[in-house]
Design a protein around this ligand. Structure first.
Ligand code: KG4
Ligand code: ZN
Length: 348
């Protein structure tokens, strides 16, 4: 039974996990840096890189100890090699290279987005290719046709902000602190979305792209105008986001051709209101709906180990390793053939 050590350090979570080919997570640890970044209302790359460097070695040792295993028991080391904050990515990747060299194990340089994209298959053994994936995190918002391991067709992406970013900025405007997504979701549950009119950018347009910059600005204007209950603003923001997500995903389903399931992954997939809306959309199309448990949606190392296992299975066992000089990548699209999208402030 193949056993892979996964390492994740591309944003503000330092994480390690031990996962077997039969989808058992033998151990996993996640050290969040929320406290370190909270005073700044967002992730500060230099603080993140330093925190990863301080924590990663003891975290890996503790994860192995949790499982009662040693490095020698592991068949391969998988680490996020991009995309992400480059300082943090380098810390995890260099650590993985050192372990691979010391233990004479294959190194698997994993695309963080592929980790998110395949995480639903770690959670659900019955999920088969192809599936339509909404990948929504702090840095990305994409609709992807997942045809197989390493085979992704991007149908839509954001032309400005990522959806998680919009949640985080809404939280900041409402004084909810960082990280914003869960706080906005909690407050939204107590508000009335109909009390604050907000725009639905790109709704009804012929390509399944997203835009959240205008929605974010509208939230700021509603806040500054005064007179609104913050809970109503949070609810209105979340409902506008859901309306955009559902409209764009419906279009992507029409464009994708036959798929077996509608799937959501990435940090925003932890949002229960968004999950419920997507589940209803899937049901309307007679499709299965698959969402990993919330702890597998936000950044974690089990999904990185799993992406490594998927690659080993697809590429023929432990021979699937990458060279030890594999360079960390700040940008690494899942579908390199996808055209850049039109739009003023393209970030993702
Ligand atoms: O995948 P992830 O952990 O890190 C990235 O790769 O970006 O996603 C983090 C993002 C943050 O923007 C966070 O606010 C958002 O996911 N998020 C949520 C929720 N939980 C996390 N957004 C909405 N509702 C949530 N419950
Ligand atoms: Zn992520």
């Amino acid at each position: 039974m193949m056993l892979v050590l996964g390492i994740e350090s591309s944003c503000d979570e330092t994480a390690a996990a031990l996962v077997t080919a039969d989808r058992t997570i033998l151990a996993q640890r996640i050290a969040s840096q929320d406290e370190a970044h909270r005073p700044y209302g967002g992730v500060v790359p230099e603080i993140a890189a330093r925190a990863h460097a301080e924590r990663i070695a003891p975290l890996i040792a503790a994860t192995l100890a949790d499982a009662g295993l040693a490095l020698g028991d592991v068949d391969a080391i998988a680490a996020t090699a991009g995309p992400g904050l480059i300082g943090g990515v380098m810390v995890g990747l260099v650590t993985a290279k050192a372990l691979a060299m010391a233990g004479d194990k294959p190194l698997l340089a994993v695309n963080h987005l592929e980790g998110h994209a395949l995480s639903p298959r770690l959670a659900d053994p019955a999920l088969e290719f192809p599936y339509l994936l909404l990948l929504a995190s702090g840095g990305h918002c994409q609709l992807l046709l997942v045809e197989g391991v390493g085979r992704y067709r991007r149908l839509g992406t954001t032309i400005d902000d990522a959806l998680g970013e919009a949640f985080d900025k809404t939280a900041k405007v409402l004084g909810l602190g960082y990280p914003g997504g869960p706080a906005v979701e909690r407050l939204a549950a107590t508000g009335d979305a109909r009390k604050v009119p907000l725009p639905r950018p790109l709704l009804g347009t012929p390509e399944p792209h997203f835009s959240f910059a205008g929605l974010k600005s509208a939230v700021l204007r509603a806040r500054e105008a005064g007179g609104h209950d913050p809970a109503d603003i949070a609810a209105a923001f979340q409902q506008a986001a859901i309306d955009c997500v559902i409209d764009r995903t419906r279009l992507a389903l029409a464009l994708a051709g036959p798929v077996g399931a509608l799937v959501v992954a990435g940090g925003v997939a932890a949002n229960l209101a968004i999950r419920a809306a997507l589940e209803a959309l899937a049901a309307g199309h007679g499709l299965r709906f698959v969402a990993p448990p919330p702890a597998l949606c936000t950044d974690n190392a089990a999904m990185i180990a799993w992406a490594g296992l998927e690659r080993m299975a697809a590429e023929g066992g432990a021979g699937a390793g990458d060279p030890l000089d594999f360079a960390a990548r700040p940008r690494w699209p899942l579908d390199p053939a996808a055209e850049p999208v039109r739009g003023a402030g393209v970030k993702a």
